[in-house]
Design a protein around this ligand. Structure first.
Ligand code: EPZ
Length: 460
């Protein structure tokens, strides 16, 4: 494949969805068993922050095992806008940030990708100044950045928010952040990553307390250490970073995507199919595997990096509460809700991480599920079957839940709002097709026709 600069417009589909929207839709004919092996891609939530971390380095970096996603393309555009040279070759990104020149990130890009706000840490540490538009809220919550800002202020940065932009600069001549002891009111993944990156080039030691422990935080710490950073304790709630004057080039591979793994494990359970998945880091999925076993599926570790899901004879209800890692991941909540709609008995899901992450409930109920919500609780009463229907995805993980429900449903499901799916899943429908799923992406019009021709499934 020839070297080519990143151009997201090639990757990212249109951005709105409503009944008269004619964007591509997914058409799924459900009720088919799946079988075979899935190749898992690199982790979106690691690749994005490693790309931000490459700004710390005044030499070139290679990041491998990078998934092909709209969000990755968008982050590439943000880096290019700052004067970074970035090219993609197969699943590797060649990033050269030595010519980093801009300290201001364009609003039209940051507003489309919240994770791009995390560049504020490395940009400030590298240039002594950073001006990043506030990312604003999204479908799942207000998503404030107060913990990021307060942490940078604790390291000596002067941070003002004016006209929707965060202006951060380091006063004084040497324009270097100072090590500090920072207690995070909430173990925010993004704030931990932003502050850890900023601290790598700071003067002195920084201690992050009540830090996030997610595997993506550990992957970022390992990436920075491979560039010469001095970081201890990543993966625990206390991270210690001893600042160094500069970092050097690196060649690093992103960890497998634990949320993609979890999504395919649920695909096996919801279609009662046996599937193998690799590469996987099983330890990253402890909470997910525990819940699958509670529901009645068996998850077998075939090798250190391969898992197999073996469906049980029954699917039992269970209660789930989302929590920061190592608790049950909020990014798997919607997928498990789809699975629990077909369980025997009742289940309660409590979403504690984001205040508005139940957008999939109404769409699952359109498919015949029986879900009632109250605040951040959802009560799911298991039903014997789901029926295909036209549905609209409201956010990334909601779109995955609708695909899973469509695979299990009787009849045809048409999913609109695929721009959500394309943000975070690397060719999901291609991988499902290889497993025997009846799934295809069709023009909106074709989708509309097939919706109107859908037979209405009488409830037995
Ligand atoms: C990361 O988002 C992930 N995104 C999210 O994945 C994931 O859901 C989330 O962590 C939790 O695991 C990326 O890594 C790019 P947080 P992040 O800061 O860092 C509040 C997906 O589906 N908060 O841990 O933005 C916040 O409002 C996405 O792949 C503050 O109050 O999450 C939320 O309620 C969705 N102030 C909670 O903390 C702050 O300054 C957790 O947010 C920061 C966060």
């Amino acid at each position: 494949m020839e070297d080519r600069p990143i151009n997201p417009s090639l990757n990212s589909p249109v951005t709105h969805s409503s009944p008269e929207d004619r964007s591509p839709v997914l058409e799924i004919i459900g009720g088919h068993r799946l079988s075979g092996e899935v190749r898992i891609s690199g982790a979106k939530n690691s690749a994005l922050v490693l790309m931000a971390g490459s700004l710390l380095c005044s030499q070139d970096c290679r990041i491998r095992n990078v998934p092909s996603l709209a969000d990755v393309a968008r982050m590439g555009e943000v880096l290019s806008a700052l004067g970074v040279k970035i090219t993609r070759k197969d699943d590797a990104l060649e990033i050269d940030a030595r010519h980093l020149s801009q300290s201001k990130a364009p609003y039209e890009l940051v507003s489309q990708l919240r994770a791009s706000f995390f560049i504020i840490g490395p940009l400030l540490a590298r240039l002594g100044i950073a001006r990043i538009p506030l990312p604003g809220g999204c479908a799942i919550g207000a998503r404030p950045v107060d913990l990021h800002v307060r942490g940078l202020q604790a390291m000596g940065a002067d941070v003002q928010i004016e006209h929707g932009t965060v202006h951060a600069c380091i006063p004084g001549v040497n324009r270097r952040l100072k090590g500090a002891r920072i207690y995070l009111d909430y173990p925010s993944v993004g704030a931990t990553e932003t502050l850890m990156m900023a601290a790598t080039l700071a003067d002195g030691e920084t201690i992050l307390e009540n830090a996030a422990q997610e595997p993506e935080v550990v992957d970022l710490a390992n990436f920075c250490r491979a560039m010469g950073a001095r970081i201890r304790g990543a993966g625990t709630n206390t991270i210690v970073i001893s600042g160094v004057p500069s970092l050097h080039s690196v060649d690093y591979a992103v960890i497998p995507d634990r949320v993609e793994v979890g999504t395919f494990l649920v695909a096996g359970a919801i279609t009662q199919s046996e599937l193998s998945l690799a590469p996987v880091v099983p330890d990253h999925l402890t909470a997910v595997i525990a819940k699958l076993r509670a529901i009645g599926s068996e998850v077998v570790q075939e090798t250190p990096s391969r898992l197999r899901i073996v469906p049980g004879t029954s699917r039992l209800g269970t209660d789930i509460e989302t929590l920061p890692y190592p608790g049950f991941p909020t990014d798997m909540q919607a997928q498990f809700m789809a699975l629990l709609t077909l369980s025997e008995g009742d289940s309660i899901i409590t979403e504690t991480v984001f205040e508005n992450r139940m957008g999939h409930v109404a769409e699952l109920n359109r498919m015949g599920a029986d879900i009632r919500t109250k605040g951040n609780h959802a009560v799911i009463r298991g039903v014997p079957f789901l029926t295909g229907a036209p549905v609209v995805a409201t956010d990334l993980r909601a779109s995955a839940a609708l695909v899973l429900a469509g695979l299990a449903a009787r009849g045809t499901t048409i999913i609109q709002g695929l721009h959500h799916l394309d943000r975070g899943y690397d060719d999901l429908e291609g991988k499902l097709k290889l497993l025997g799923a009846q799934i295809r992406r069709v023009k909106g019009d074709a989708g509309a026709e097939s919706v109107s021709s859908l037979p209405v499934m009488p409830r037995s």
